[in-house]
Write a protein that binds this ligand. Structure first.
Ligand code: IMP
Length: 638
């Protein structure tokens, strides 16, 4: 899509708005610093792509509560062709795909005049727009990668609800909220500019992995020396995407296609010299995955299997060739012209560009090809001006259990279960969503030591409605920083640390060990909160200081600065003791909740209006001993 004017930069530069004028779209290779490449796409976006959920009458119109499992209840079948509420975007997209394939096939008929590069690239295009490659002849690769949305999913209703686009296989035995179409766990990535990712390798200087295709670098490119081609081999046989039962089915269908002659013309007649079994059509119309005891259901001789495999490689390499072609990954924007010395940026654009490369340091992750010029004082990892560095900083993001994919948890009519939602904790297989014993919950709720990160994230999302907000490591790192700040400010003087019972006890214990001065402890206790998540508003001192603090440096140590009632009250009381100085350290600050005007001198983390537990903080006196700070959702049972 073409974007002119202000570009809000993602990732580390999220809050910076830079005035530049470049055309861009999202690069989806697999990297976190994923943004902007400078293409002038011919946008053929249909007029009617936007429609509210309410208008469909089908999608859930109510807000989606966070962290509840598969809460996006969308009647997918009704939005698809033939459904009661066929979505206009879907119809437009299908028409676009049919037309594009027809035009590409017309070019195939004239392909003998093309050079080899254009032949291969054209072949890739015909494959990508071919719905016949899917078992039910209903989706093409392009269904999830259309040009008018930057080669991602082209159906706004699914972008807005299910995130992932439906695959090719309906589920006829689903009961809501189980989806009635198989669909995957993520929004399709754009493949534009992705083919420029190098083969996965380790860069010792940067201490990071580079390259590979897809967000988790799964397509390394090592086998075919082409990460994009290896990635293209996944979706045709992914049960929640196209759903072929065997890669040989894709090869067989290509052998039946109008572009088969282009394949043999490029790679030779052996491409389809395969003895296909008599039942190949029946098998290939059956959705995958294959049964465990028959992993390659198209039964071929060893040599024929090898031929089929190598033709499948060629099919994928042609797709990758098309993806890297100027149809998909052009270098035709004003910014490209500027880099080539054929255009100049306006004063405003130049300001933005200098900010991007200079003070804002955006180009440390979104490489703009300027790492070695005078605009940038920091050396970037690479200078390829693709606005990405081809690393994979997204790895480890928690699963979003609201996605319908996590409801594909019982066998469909083909016996396939997309997600078992089973996780392994303490050697037990636990089903997400099943009631768990309280003992178990408390232990697992917020990352006990020894569990893997993934398990921990999953476990925290179990029915109990908990999710980690700050891990013990993040807390430790921040407390160490706060300790260093306090040490510096005290300039060698003594300190009395006054903890507010009970919530601040763990924080005080850790902070005290991070402060490198002569410190003593005291404690006060106030009552402010009742037994739930709501404050009574009243603050009352129920335990006073043990020792006088007159003439001393006092630091009030509090878990959360919320409405400010507690700390205002305590500050007033302690000031009556005439300390030499009085400062406040609050691990968490919820500025949006403030009633009394008060700020802490040292704040660990500033958070929105969320109710948190763990690391000393309680809910009705429970959860104080969780080692991480967790979120408690409003629908948590009182
Ligand atoms: P304030 O007087 O409203 O600033 O409240 C401060 C006290 O409220 C803290 O010391 C906590 O004990 C309690 N509090 C505020 N927010 C939370 C929360 O999210 N979780 C647990 N306790 C909280």
């Amino acid at each position: 899509m073409r974007q002119t004017g202000l570009i809000a930069l993602a990732a580390g530069c999220a809050t910076i708005v830079v005035a530049m004028s470049i055309s861009h779209h999202y690069v989806g290779a697999k990297e976190n610093p994923q943004l902007v490449r400078h293409a002038s796409f011919k946008v053929v976006r249909p007029a009617l792509l936007h429609k509210t959920l309410a208008q469909t009458g089908e999608a859930a119109a109510t807000p989606i509560p966070p962290f509840s499992i598969c809460s996006r209840n969308v009647n997918i079948a009704s939005l698809l062709p033939g459904g009661a509420h066929e979505d206009p975007d879907v119809a437009t997209e299908n028409a676009f795909i049919t037309l594009t394939e027809q035009l590409a096939l017309q070019e195939v008929a004239q392909a003998s005049s093309l050079d080899l590069y254009h032949k291969i690239s054209l072949l890739g295009k015909t494959e990508i727009y071919d719905v016949n490659l899917s078992p039910l002849k209903n989706i093409a690769c392009a269904t999830c990668h259309v040009p008018y949305t930057g080669f991602r999913g082209g159906t706004s209703i699914f972008n807005a609800t299910t995130a992932a686009q439906p695959g090719g296989i309906p589920i006829t035995n689903a009961t809501p909220p189980e989806p009635n179409y198989r669909l995957g766990p993520r929004n399709p990535q754009s493949y534009a500019y992705a083919p420029f990712a190098p083969i996965l390798h380790y860069n010792a200087t940067q201490n990071s992995f580079y390259g590979g295709n897809f967000w988790d670098m799964r397509a390394t490119g090592i086998r075919l020396t082409n990460p994009a081609a290896e990635q293209a081999q996944g979706p045709p046989v992914n049960p929640v995407e196209m759903g072929n039962i065997d890669t040989a089915c894709v090869v067989w269908k290509a052998s039946q296609s109008e572009y088969a002659s282009l394949i043999t013309n490029i790679w030779g007649a052996q491409s389809f010299a395969i003895n296909w079994p008599g039942n190949v059509a029946t098998i290939c119309a059956t959705p995958g995955p294959p049964p465990a005891n028959d992993p390659l259901p198209v039964h071929l001789s060893t040599v024929d299997r090898g031929t089929s495999n190598s033709t499948y490689d060629h099919i994928a390499m042609a797709m990758a060739s098309y993806e890297s072609s100027s149809d998909v990954s052009p270098f035709s924007s004003k910014f490209d012209a500027y880099l080539a010395g054929n255009a100049s940026l306006s004063a405003q654009e130049l300001n933005g560009y200098e900010l991007f490369n200079g003070k804002a340091r955006c180009n440390q992750c979104h490489l703009s090809g300027t790492a070695v010029n005078t605009l940038n004082t920091q050396a970037a990892a690479d200078v390829g001006p693709l606005f990405t560095d081809f690393t994979a900083n997204n790895i480890g993001l928690p699963k979003n259990l609201a996605l319908p994919y996590y409801c594909e948890s019982k066998p469909d009519q083909f016996g396939y279960t997309a997600t078992s939602l089973l996780i392994s904790i303490d050697g037990r297989r636990v089903r997400i969503g099943s009631p768990l014993e309280p003992r178990f919950l408390l232990k697992c709720a917020c990352s006990p030591a020894g569990l893997s990160g993934d398990t921990v994230v999953m476990a925290t999302l179990i029915r109990q409605g908990l999710q980690i907000l700050y891990t013990r490591q993040q807390i430790a790192d921040r407390v160490a920083e706060m300790g260093a700040d306090i040490t510096r400010d005290l300039n060698g003087e003594k300190l009395v640390m006054v903890g507010v019972l009970k919530g601040a006890a763990p924080f005080l214990a850790d902070l005290a060990r991070a402060v490198e001065v002569d410190a003593t402890f005291d404690f006060v206790a106030v009552s402010s909160y009742g037994k739930g998540q709501r404050s009574s508003g009243a603050v009352k001192l129920i335990k006073d200081l043990d020792e006088p603090v007159e003439g001393k440096n006092v630091l009030i140590v509090e878990d959360i600065l919320d409405t400010g009632l507690t700390l205002s009250y305590l500050r007033k009381i302690i000031l009556q003791h005439h300390p030499k100085s009085l400062r406040i350290a609050a691990l968490l600050d919820k500025p949006s909740r403030r009633i009394e005007k008060i700020d802490a001198d040292y704040v660990g983390f500033s958070i929105p209006n969320l109710f948190v537990i763990g690391y000393g903080m309680d809910y009705a006196e429970r959860y104080r001993n969780l080692p991480d700070i967790c979120l408690m959702t409003p629908d948590h049972p009182e």
